[in-house]
Design a protein around this ligand. Structure first.
Ligand code: PLP
Length: 452
C-alpha cells in the first residue's frame, strides 16, 4: 500500500517517470521494467520512499547534504529571500545584498589570498568558468598560446562540454564529442589498483612527476593550469599517497602553472576543515565549489579566485556568466547553510570526533573476506572489493558486477551506498551520529555477506 499521502501509488509514479523523465547517468530504458526508486521525503540522514521504506543515506544525496535533511531554517531563509527579492542578476554592473554577503563570507573562510568569488549554478558551470578564466588570465598577460589544461584520468569535474572534457572518464568521452581541444590527462594516483610493487609514497611521487613530464613534453609556455580534486570522489574516493600533492604543488610552482583545486565534494567540512586544500596542504590559485556550499538545498556553484588572478581578470570585461550567477535565493540559502555549519560547530565536530569514529568503524569492514582495503579521510570512505586482498586482485568478468550486487543488497537492507566499479563509497551527512555510523557499517557488512 502507498503509505505517503498525496501521491499516486508508486507503480503509477514509476510508469509516468519512465514515460516522460529522462534521467542523468541512467540507462532510462531499463526503468520501464524495473521502475526508479521514488524518494518522497527526508530527515536527518534518512530518506523515505513513496512506499514508506527508510534508507540511511550514506551518500548525502550526491555528496552534498552536509548539514543533513529537513532543516527548517533553510526553508525559511529561502522563503524570506523569495519574498524580498526572488531574482535579480549580477550582470552589467549590478549586484544585490545576498551575493555581496556570500562572496564576503567565502573570502573570509577561504585560505590565503583566495578573496574573490565568481558564482555559477553548479560545479560543472564553475569548472567551465575556470577553463575560460585561466585562458583569459594568460591571454591578458600576453600569452594567449598558454591555453592547455592538464587533468587526470578517472577525474570527475562535471558533465558539460568543458567540465566533462576536464574529467577523465572514458565512458563519458565516448559520447557527444568530448574532450574539447587542449585538455590533456595524466594518470591518477590510485595506489591500490595501479601501484604495482611500489610503496604508496614512491607511487605518489611517480604519478605526480607525470605532470612534470607532460609539462616538459608540451612546453611550459603552452600550459595554463593543472586541475585536480584533492581527493577523487566520483572516481571511487581515491585518497592520494601523502607524497602526491606536495610534489604537484612543487611542479606547478616551478613551471608557473596555475593550480585549480576542484573542491566541489571536498569543501565545507567534508575532510574536517572548510577546504580539503587546507587538509592536504595545497595552495591553489582557484578553488571550484558547489554541493556542500548550500548542502544541496539550492543549486549553486562558484570559483574562489586568488588576488593575483582576479586582478588580471578584473582588468578586462570577462565575457562570461550565467543568468543564475549569484542568484539571490540560492545565495541566501548558502549563507544560512554556512551559518549552521559554523555556529553548530559541525566542521569542528568532524575534525574532533566524527571522522575518527567513522574511520574506526569503517576499518572493521577491512576484515570482510570480500574487502581488500577500507579507507577514509574525514567523512569520505571507500572499500575495495577483491577476490584476493593479498594480491590486490581483480574479479574475473565485468568490473563492477560485484559492486552492483553489493549496492543492490544495501538498498534492500535500508542503506544507500554507491559503487564505482568494484569500490563501494560513502560520503554521509556530516551530522551523522555515532549510532547511525554503527548502523551504516552493520548494514554494509550484511550486504557484503550477501554478495559474497
Ligand atoms: N566537480 C566535482 C569534483 C564533482 O564531484 C562534481 C559532481 O559530482 C562536479 C564537479 C560537477 O558538479 P555539478 O554536478 O554540480 O555540475
Amino acid at each position: 500500500m502507498n503509505m505517503i499521502a498525496n501521491h499516486p501509488p508508486t507503480s503509477e509514479l514509476q510508469a509516468l517517470d519512465a514515460a516522460h523523465h529522462m534521467h542523468p547517468f541512467t540507462h532510462a530504458g531499463e526503468l520501464k521494467d524495473k521502475g526508479a526508486r521514488v524518494i518522497a521525503r527526508a530527515n536527518g540522514v534518512t530518506l523515505t520512499d513513496t512506499d514508506g521504506n527508510d534508507y540511511l543515506d550514506a551518500m548525502a544525496g550526491l555528496w552534498c547534504v552536509n548539514i543533513g535533511y529537513g532543516r527548517e531554517e533553510m526553508a525559511e531563509a529561502a522563503a524570506r529571500q523569495m519574498r524580498e527579492l526572488p531574482y535579480y542578476n549580477t550582470f552589467f554592473q549590478t549586484t544585490h545584498v545576498p551575493a555581496i554577503a556570500l562572496a564576503n563570507k567565502l573570502a573570509q573562510l577561504a585560505p590565503d589570498t583566495l578573496n574573490h568569488v565568481f558564482f555559477a549554478g553548479s560545479g560543472s558551470e564553475a569548472n567551465d568558468t575556470n577553463i575560460r578564466m585561466v585562458r583569459t588570465y594568460w591571454a591578458q598577460k600576453g600569452h594567449p598560446e598558454k591555453n592547455i589544461i592538464i587533468s587526470r584520468k578517472n577525474a570527475y569535474h562535471g558533465s558539460s562540454m568543458g567540465s566533462g572534457s576536464l574529467g577523465g572518464m572514458t565512458f563519458m568521452h565516448e559520447q557527444g564529442g568530448l574532450p574539447i581541444p587542449d585538455i590533456h590527462h595524466i594518470d591518477q594516483p590510485h595506489w591500490w589498483a595501479e601501484g604495482g610493487d611500489m610503496t604508496p609514497e614512491e607511487f605518489g611521487l611517480e604519478r605526480a612527476r607525470q605532470l612534470e613530464a607532460k609539462i616538459e613534453e608540451l612546453g611550459a609556455d603552452r600550459v595554463a593550469a593543472f586541475i585536480g580534486e584533492p581527493i577523487q570522489g566520483a572516481g571511487g574516493v581515491i585518497i592520494p599517497p601523502s607524497t602526491y600533492w606536495p610534489e604537484i604543488q612543487r611542479i606547478c610552482d616551478k613551471h608557473g602553472i596555475l593550480l585549480i583545486a576542484d573542491e566541489v565534494i571536498c569543501a565545507f567540512g567534508r575532510t574536517g576543515k572548510w577546504f580539503a586544500s587546507e587538509t592536504l596542504g595545497i595552495r591553489p590559485h582557484i578553488m571550484t565549489i558547489a554541493k556542500g556550499l548550500s548542502s544541496g538545498y539550492a543549486p549553486i556553484g562558484g570559483s574562489i579566485v586568488c588576488d593575483e588572478v582576479a586582478e588580471v581578470i578584473n582588468n578586462c570585461e570577462f565575457a562570461h556568466g550565467y543568468t543564475y550567477s549569484g542568484h539571490p535565493m540560492t545565495c541566501a540559502v548558502a549563507l544560512e547553510n554556512l551559518r549552521i555549519l559554523e555556529e553548530e560547530g559541525i566542521v569542528d565536530n568532524v575534525a574532533n570526533h566524527t571522522a575518527a569514529y567513522l574511520a574506526k568503524k569503517w576499518a572493521t569492514l577491512g576484515d570482510h573476506p570480500l574487502v581488500g582495503e577500507a579507507s577514509t579521510i574525514g567523512m569520505m570512505g571507500a572499500i575495495q572489493l577483491t577476490p584476493d586482498a593479498e594480491r590486490r586482485a581483480k574479479f574475473a568478468g565485468n568490473e563492477g558486477d560485484v559492486g552492483l550486487i553489493t549496492r543492490e543488497h544495501c538498498f534492500k537492507n535500508g542503506l544507500v551506498m554507491r559503487h564505482v566499479g568494484d569500490r563501494m563509497i560513502i560520503s554521509p551527512p556530516l551530522v551523522i551520529t555515532d549510532a547511525e555510523i554503527d548502523t551504516l557499517v552493520e548494514r554494509a557488512w550484511i550486504a557484503l555477506d550477501l554478495a559474497h
